[in-house]
Design a protein around this ligand. Structure first.
Ligand SMILES: [Zn+2]
Length: 85
């Protein structure tokens, strides 16, 4: 991946998962962080996903059952709708 400029929430959210997994290069990581610091909506979304990841990790190393990841995804969608209101 090349370095990306983050200009919109869409850009930030597209890179959010990789950001939380620390898979971005330093420049892009800093760009996403800069957006999160400035944008309350994306910051809430990032915090939500960070906590979600932590609680999934706390469950242990069992693979996540498909129905659970489906529920998690619909929760994220609900949360996103709520956060935009
Ligand atoms: Zn944003």
């Amino acid at each position: 991946m090349t370095s990306a400029e983050i200009n919109t929430c869409e850009d930030a959210l597209r890179l959010l998962a990789a950001h939380l997994d620390r898979e971005l290069n330093d420049h892009t990581h800093a760009e996403v962080q800069r957006h999160l610091d400035a944008c309350r909506s994306c910051y809430s979304r990032a915090e939500f996903e960070r906590r979600l990841k932590a609680s999934i990790a706390a469950l242990g190393h069992e693979p996540v059952p498909p129905e659970l990841s489906g529920r998690v995804e619909s929760l994220i969608r609900q949360f996103t709708v709520t956060a935009d209101e």
